[in-house]
Design a protein around this ligand. Structure first.
Ligand code: TXA
Ligand code: MG
Length: 339
């Protein structure tokens, strides 16, 4: 299949919208990461997303809408908390899990009785939902298991020849996937941290439970609240090792342990302590910048044929929790604690 490379100009967007209406797959920019979109009402189109990504069939997709009027068509009920959260954070990087409406194909929900919905803020994503007239089911536009793409070049790397088109909307501003919360229970439950932080959610709904899978590997035999959490994720081919400690302790450790083909991921400015090849991924005290740069840094490890990547550990405050969560998974939970 020849993949069309489209711009975000109006005539290209209308072509992308026609493809989506036709049941084709189109990669689209969102403010978090690029998504691999299909008409969420078309079960066959949604099924082809799983083939293109090599995604396990039991991992459900997020449905993207552009307007609150589309929500009741997808869900069985809208809890009052959902309205408050939507008012605070939509459009934006928050995904809410609802009881699913009858019209949502099983391919979207992977057989669950729930459906994940998000209203993105990216103008191109919103335009495409409107122009196509379809709610768009879209996982991140990477081959399953790889770091999510945050620009069209990284999408093409994984998807060229496998999908109908890629719409180039520039760099994603957030850089990590949306916050996912389950709102079907009494207390809001965080399943995946993102740019809408625990602190921001608490300000709207009070208590928020953080699912165990956010910071821990799934125990043998346990069922994941969010099926995506059980797969190795966000991982480059390199072995990633997360190292907790001060800038000095990190540098001392990495300088002593680095072998051939080893790279150290570190915070801006701290590379001066390192005697080994490095990649920076943002200032130590700026989690938003880290989120913005993390996935491209992970993909650059593969560009350079790196075998082992040590990485300095971010703070878990605010958006840092999302950065830490993705790094834990990229590292397959291999963590070294210094001091
Ligand atoms: O920012 C994002 O969320 C991006 C952009 C494209 O919107 N999308 C994204 O989709 O990250 P994906 O498929 O890569 O991740 C969706 C996550 C998975 O971990 C999946 O298991 C979970 O959301 N999920 C989806 N539907 C669910 C449901 N009904 N119940 C529990 N978890 C669900
Ligand atoms: Mg994904």
């Amino acid at each position: 299949m020849q993949t069309l490379h489209l711009t975000d100009k109006e005539y290209d967007l209308s072509q992308a919208a026609t493809l989506l209406r036709d049941g084709q797959l189109v990669a689209i920019p969102t403010e978090t990461v690029y998504g691999l979109a299909a008409d969420a009402r078309n079960g066959a189109a949604v099924a082809s997303i799983f083939t293109a990504k090599g995604r396990p069939m039991d991992n459900p997709l997020i449905v993207h809408i552009a307007d609150m009027s589309e929500l009741p068509l997808l869900v069985a009920e809208i809890p009052p908390q959902a309205l408050a959260l939507a008012a605070a954070f939509w459009p934006g990087p928050l995904t809410m899990i609802f009881k699913k409406g009858d019209s949502v194909p099983n391919e979207v929900s992977a057989g669950l009785q729930t459906v994940a919905v998000r209203m993105p803020s990216h103008p191109v994503a919103r335009n495409l939902i409107r122009l196509s007239g379809c709610p768009l089911a879209a996982p991140s536009a990477n081959r399953s298991g790889s770091p999510s793409p945050t620009n069209a070049y990284r999408v093409a790397e994984d998807m060229d020849g496998r999908i109908a088109a890629i719409v180039d909307g520039g760099e994603c501003t957030v850089g990590v996937e949306s916050t996912v919360i389950d709102i079907t229970g009494e207390t809001v439950r965080l399943l995946r941290p993102g740019a809408v932080t625990v602190e921001m959610l608490q300000a709207v709904v009070g208590a928020v439970e953080v699912d165990e899978a956010v910071l821990n590997p799934l125990k043998d035999g346990a069922t994941a609240a969010s099926p995506g959490m059980k797969y190795k994720h966000y991982a480059p081919s390199a072995r990633v090792i997360l190292v907790k400690g001060s800038a000095d302790a990190y540098a001392t450790y990495v300088n002593a342990h680095a072998a051939a083909n080893t790279v150290a991921l570190c915070f801006d400015g701290e590379e001066r302590l390192l005697t080994v090849p490095f990649l920076t991924y943002g200032p130590r005290n700026d989690a938003k910048a880290q989120a913005h740069r993390l996935f491209d840094a992970l993909r650059r490890l593969d560009d350079e044929g790196v075998r082992v990547a040590y990485t300095a550990c971010p703070s878990t405050d605010g958006v840092g929790l999302a950065v830490y969560n993705r790094l834990l998974r990229a590292a397959g939970f291999e963590v070294i604690i210094l001091e």
